[in-house]
Design a protein around this ligand. Structure first.
Ligand SMILES: Nc1ncnc2c1ncn2[C@@H]1O[C@H](COP(=O)(O)OP(=O)(O)OP(=O)(O)O)[C@@H](O)[C@H]1O
Ligand SMILES: [Mg+2]
Length: 167
């Protein structure tokens, strides 16, 4: 089985940017969990205050596990829920992080409500995704998307060891 690379992190910290860059660079298959949630009808309702789908992570895990088992390619899974996968399915868990000031700007630029901006900043402050990923026992690396240049390729160059996952 080709274990997956999962990319998790607080909303707007740069998961999609990083996951797509890694998939392109290493020639792996990019999986957008948001579109999976739609195609598999995994949404169990809508949180109006937070303006997001409510998703059953067990159901999502079942689908992702099947996809990982069936895939002849290594998958790069983009989702703030991806770190809930069991360790046995995950080769590497990348957590994206962003400085709070910049994260606040990114969230506000999206037009999120005050409550949603606050909730997401709190999630970043408490490092929820990284802590949950560590609790799961994943092999965790952190990529800070707020530092320096926008060129994520430079960041990936620093992580030369990623090459071992190349297809
Ligand atoms: N390395 C970076 N340098 C500067 N800006 C970045 C970087 N990575 C991402 N951004 C910017 O931050 C914003 C959020 O990035 P992105 O959409 O990748 O986050 P996300 O974690 O996938 O968000 P969501 O959880 O909503 O899917 C975008 O406007 C993007 O251009
Ligand atoms: Mg995204």
């Amino acid at each position: 089985m080709n274990k997956a690379i999962v990319v998790t992190g607080t909303p707007a910290t740069g998961k999609t940017t990083v996951a797509k860059a890694i998939a392109n660079k290493l020639n792996l298959k990019y999986i957008d969990v948001n579109s999976l949630i739609r195609t598999h009808n995994l949404s169990e309702g809508y949180d109006d205050k937070m303006k997001c789908d409510i998703v059953d992570t067990d159901k999502l895990n079942r689908i992702l596990k099947q996809m990982i088992k069936d895939s002849d390619q290594k998958l790069v899974i983009d989702s703030h829920l991806s770190h809930h996968l069991p360790k046995s399915y995950v080769e590497l868990c990348i957590v994206t992080k962003c400085e709070l000031k910049e994260l606040k700007q990114r969230l506000e630029k999206r037009g999120y409500s005050k409550a949603k901006v606050r909730e997401n900043l709190d999630a970043e402050i408490f490092d929820i995704c990284r802590n949950e990923a560590k609790e799961k026992g994943h092999n965790v690396i952190v990529i800070n998307t707020s530092e320096g240049s926008k060129d994520i390729d430079d960041v990936l160059e620093e992580f030369g060891f990623l090459k071992q996952f190349e297809a």
